[in-house]
Design a protein around this ligand. Structure first.
Ligand SMILES: [Zn+2]
Ligand SMILES: [Zn+2]
Length: 216
């Protein structure tokens, strides 16, 4: 949910009844078959308790339908068409107000991940570690995507991947184990090893670390 179109984040809607800026709220989840959905993940709703529409609604609905509800003014994203939502109490929708900043960040993350996944297709020929490391170290990314990123490490064969991987804490220890194996394969392939004392990469045949001067 909420991962497709975020253009509504820049929309401003105003209630014609009270001139209050409408709040962007998560739409209630209905089954499509119920015919109750608005066809949108978000709704712009006037949550002003002093809004004349809301204040008068209680009595109107009482008289018309004989139950305790009122109306909130509502517009759909991308539209200025007037709609009303029936609500049973003052609190309805107040818990589902969307923070645009949170969503913007989520969206930025989503787009960056998508971009990195696309870049995996060409990362080996371009010797581009960036999308590989981004995805591999992104704990929120899809597991299979991360595995795929990991499988690019050997073909790219760039020892620059070692530090960022070592500095990352994998929540799933199997990732750590597998990357450890790949790192030792990478080192072997380039006739290198890690100094057991300072962790700098040194020549496989070195007997003394050129960084910390320790005997290895
Ligand atoms: Zn209003
Ligand atoms: Zn050393």
């Amino acid at each position: 949910m909420l991962s497709r179109d975020y253009s509504f984040l820049d929309e401003e809607h105003t209630c014609p009844h009270c001139k209050t800026k409408l709040s962007c709220c998560e739409a209630p989840q209905f089954h499509v078959g119920d015919g109750l959905g608005w066809g949108s993940d978000v709704l712009f709703i006037c949550l002003n308790d002093d809004c004349p529409l809301f204040v008068r609604g209680w009595e109107q609905i009482e008289v018309q339908y004989g139950h305790r509800s009122s109306y909130r003014y509502m517009q759909l994203p991308g539209s200025t068409e007037s709609n009303v939502m029936m609500v049973g109490n003052e609190m309805a929708f107040k818990g589902s107000i969307i923070d645009p900043e949170v969503l913007r960040n989520q969206n930025a993350r989503f787009l960056k991940e998508k971009e990195a996944i696309t870049a995996l297709d060409t990362c080996v020929e371009e010797k581009n570690l960036e999308p590989v490391l981004y995805l591999l170290c992104d704990e929120a990314a899809d597991r299979d995507v991360r595995k795929r990123a990991m499988s690019m490490l050997l073909p790219i064969g760039d020892l620059a991947c070692i530090d960022p991987i070592r500095n990352h804490t994998f929540r799933d220890s199997s990732f750590e184990q597998e990357t450890n194996i790949i790192i030792s394969q990478l080192l072997q392939k380039s006739f290198k090893k890690e100094c057991p004392y300072c962790c700098e990469i040194i020549k496989a045949q070195a007997t003394k670390c050129m960084h910390c001067k320790a005997e290895v």
